[in-house]
Design a protein around this ligand. Structure first.
Ligand code: ADP
Ligand code: MG
Length: 567
């Protein structure tokens, strides 16, 4: 028997395997079915989604968790456009990701071919690198470059365009596939900060009266947990994690001042900013949220980030772990902050706010209508410590963030820099693939869940057991009760934020082969959660009805605009 011909698809699969890719998130169709098949034949796991948007979100999160690019495979045209959402998400969050998409035959370009789109051009503005190999033998070269570019420097997304005729190209000599491969990219392109700036940083920290360490998701990505724990324990400087910086140093560390966030921002004079940007999440580093005299010592791998938004900044350009190791090598100069009124004031405020949160969770009896606070209190009591949280929504995400402590790094994913709604299912699937032995718990708003609820079928088919808790208030931000909803709907003045009351999200899980519960009070919630936690192999949805909130005015902490002078 003669050996069958290999194809471009096999060359693509071999190149991905060579670059350490072990999982791909995507949706197949012409012309990429052969790529998925060839990847599976090489032992690469393929998770087939229901919409490329979710697949691309999954790839972006997998990149964050694994420190190597998450890979998304799509068809051309509309498939690419759906996937752009994930590229943007990876770009905004600084996560490594590669999108691979099929495109029309090269001899049909500009002829109105099947799903034709200038995809390289479409992806370019969301990517660090976007390219189409110029010939079949260049495929390994472009894949290596896409993987390497996404990982080095500031991580981000890249794109590789794969024409149908390249995918189907017959390769007669299979051994040539191996010969074309490039070495696996490693993450060892890292640099330290200049020694003069390190000395100056030690000086600033030594002189600071009210220092604060802010830990961003860049520190989580850089795996700087050991160094940050050492630094905080040695200097006794209070710290504040950003939403996804939570867990790099445990939320239960005695110097964690998350619960006194506003006070900490307002009072800090010198801030060691580690892998976080002075964007909307940190109020641009400006007054009124921050003191007008605040100074930043900013560690980031991306020099262009340093000094952004006019902040008074001492730039420490380099890899977070390496730069922290530089600082830690001067232990005798890193004086320990003696407990002063600034620190004790913050810790008192923490206690006060924690007590307030606890009280808010106790309101009402066992059969009372649930609120965010009472529902989260029940959930927190029952959940084991070792879980991975996925959270999205507006109030659901905001309130849950302060309710649930995170103890270890990279164990909380949320809507992130883009405030991207609809990421939850993709993230949960990616997280469960990355942490197969731990439980992933999604705590999501009803509106957010609706963006990608069909991915329940993906999870169930792929044997990915998720536990999704939908906090259902019948709307975006807030919703209406049934009576108000019916009246408004009948008179055609339904608020734009309204969703149907008591939508049975739990039944979508049941319809896809999972388990679902609709719960309306503490007792029902506790009962459903206990049952779901035992079902380790099932995907479960607990649909938690809470008070709909009614017609409130919208307001979020981050919306407070900086005071502008009139020039
Ligand atoms: P957060 O949302 O938690 O505030 P951001 O996404 O705004 O965090 O910031 C993360 C920052 O971390 C980015 O500016 C990115 O360049 C930086 N970063 C990522 N990896 C590293 C690394 N290994 N070393 C230094 N900085 C890094
Ligand atoms: Mg809602």
């Amino acid at each position: 028997m003669t050996q069958s011909l290999a194809s471009g698809a096999e060359l693509i699969a071999t190149s991905l395997k060579q670059q350490g890719v072990d999982i791909i998130f995507g949706i197949v169709g012409i012309p990429v079915v052969e790529i998925a098949d060839a990847c599976q034949a090489q032992g690469i796991r393929f998770i087939g989604f229901r919409n490329e948007q979710s697949a691309a979100y999954a790839a972006s999160a997998y990149g964050y968790l694994s420190e190597r690019p998450g890979v998304c495979l799509t068809v051309g045209g509309p498939g690419v456009v759906h996937g752009l959402a994930g590229l943007l998400n990876a770009q905004l969050n600084c996560w490594p990701m590669v999108m691979l998409s099929g495109s029309c035959d090269t001899d049909q370009i500009d002829m109105g071919a099947f799903q034709e789109l200038d995809q390289v051009e479409a992806c370019r503005s969301y990517c660090k690198y976007a390219s189409r190999p110029t010939s079949v033998d260049k495929i390994p070269f472009v894949i290596e470059k896409a993987i390497r570019t996404s990982m080095v420097g500031r991580p981000g997304p890249t794109y590789v365009d794969l024409p149908a005729d390249f995918i189907q190209y017959p390769i007669e000599d299979r051994s040539s596939i191996q010969a074309l491969q490039l070495p696996k990219v490693t993450a060892n392109v890292k640099s330290q900060a200049d020694s003069q700036s390190i000395q100056q940083a030690l000086h600033w920290l030594g002189k600071a009266k009210q220092p604060l360490i802010v830990i961003g998701k860049g520190a989580a990505y850089a795996r700087a947990e050991e160094e940050l724990n050492q630094l905080i324990n040695h200097t006794q400087i209070p710290f504040l994690p950003t939403p996804m910086g939570k867990g790099v140093v445990s939320d239960q560390h005695p110097l964690c001042v998350s619960a006194a966030r506003s006070k900490a921002l307002k009072e800090a004079d010198v801030v060691l900013l580690v892998g976080a940007r002075l964007n909307w999440i940190l109020h641009y580093g400006q007054s009124p949220k921050w003191s007008t005299n605040v100074r930043y010592i900013h560690i980031d791998i991306h020099p262009e980030e340093l000094g952004n938004n006019g902040a008074t900044t001492l730039p420490l350009a380099g890899d977070i772990r390496l730069v922290l190791q530089q600082l830690l090598s001067y232990k005798q100069q890193l004086v320990s902050l003696s407990s002063n009124s600034y620190v004790t004031g913050l810790l008192e405020k923490v206690k006060e706010n924690v007590a307030k949160t606890q009280t808010s969770g106790q309101i009402g009896d066992d059969k009372a209508v649930l609120t965010y606070q009472t529902a989260f209190t029940v959930i927190k009591k029952i959940l084991p410590q070792q879980v991975i949280y996925v959270s999205e929504g507006a109030n659901t995400m905001d309130i849950a963030r302060s309710f649930f402590d995170v103890y270890e790094p990279r164990r909380r994913l949320d809507a992130g820099t883009g405030a991207t709604m609809g990421v939850g299912m993709g993230y949960a699937i990616a997280a469960q693939c990355y942490y197969p032995n731990d439980r992933v718990i999604s705590i999501v708003g009803d509106s957010a869940f609706g963006f990608s609820a069909m991915e329940l079928e993906t999870a169930i088919r792929s044997k990915i057991p998720l536990l999704i808790i939908v906090i259902n208030n019948n709307g975006i931000y807030h919703g209406l009760d049934s009576k108000d909803y019916d009246q408004s709907r009948n008179s055609n003045i339904l608020p734009s934020t309204s969703l149907s009351p008591e939508t049975r999200y739990d039944m979508i899980a049941e319809a896809c082969g999972g388990k679902g519960w609709l719960v309306k009070n503490r007792v029902e919630l506790a009962d459903a959660l206990n049952k779901a936690l035992v079902l380790k192999d099932d995907t479960c949805v607990i649909n938690v009805m809470i008070a709909p909130g009614g017609r409130k005015k919208l307001s979020f902490g981050w919306m407070n605009k900086a005071q502008k002078s009139k020039i």
